[in-house]
Design a protein around this ligand. Structure first.
Ligand SMILES: Cc1cc2nc3c(=O)[nH]c(=O)nc-3n(C[C@H](O)[C@H](O)[C@H](O)COP(=O)(O)O)c2cc1C
Length: 170
């Protein structure tokens, strides 16, 4: 698919049917995450493919926003392997994981798979429930699946500020 089509037509899907995601498609999505740039090429991300009934139940306990997705990706990063920027206020962890997550989300659409980025959950509680190692912090969850009949973008999908409001040439 044309990149422009991907970024224009992708939307946050909030209703999935029970169709499974083909293995090749899931692998293509994960590969796009693997190719994401990270600060100093640290690649501190860790992606958990959640597809067992047991693990999906843990997601449902953490958030009401799985919307029936048959697979979710939990994107985490290694807090002990981040690059601290000059000034010491910020480091690369959240930023790198967000780039990886964006690659995953856009690649999903390119593969014909719908998705929704989720942050409506307590990341520490979920990390504990999923038994993640102490050094890993969860950034986000990505629902993945095929949109159910009747699903579609919410009204606000096309409501974006004009460039003049968010871009300045200096
Ligand atoms: C950082 C982030 C967090 C989000 N968290 C949630 C969430 O927890 N639950 C949900 O249903 N949608 C969530 N969304 C989806 C947004 O509501 C949606 O992207 C936004 O309304 C724009 O809609 P669109 O993606 O269809 O253009 C999130 C999106 C982003 C970027």
């Amino acid at each position: 698919m044309e990149f422009k089509e991907v970024v224009k037509n992708r939307y946050s899907c909030k209703k999935y049917d029970s169709r499974k995601i083909e293995k090749e498609k899931l692998e293509a999505i994960l590969e796009a995450g693997r190719l994401a740039p990270t600060a100093k090429n640290l690649q501190e991300q860790h992606i958990y493919v959640v597809e067992s009934e047991e693990a999906l139940a843990k997601i449902d306990k953490a958030t009401p926003c799985r919307y029936g997705a048959p697979v979710v990706l939990v994107v985490a990063f290694d807090k002990n392997n981040v690059f601290t920027y000059p000034g010491g206020k910020r480091d690369s962890g959240v930023e790198d994981a967000a780039i990886v997550a964006t690659h995953l989300m856009l690649a999903a659409y390119d593969e014909g798979i719908d998705s929704c980025w989720l942050n409506f959950f307590d990341p520490d509680k979920l990390a504990e429930d999923l038994d993640l190692p102490e050094n890993e912090e969860i950034l986000m969850i990505l629902d993945l699946g095929y949109a159910a009949e009747g699903a579609g973008p919410l009204e606000n999908h096309n409501s974006r500020k004009p460039l003049e409001e968010t871009v300045s040439y200096i």
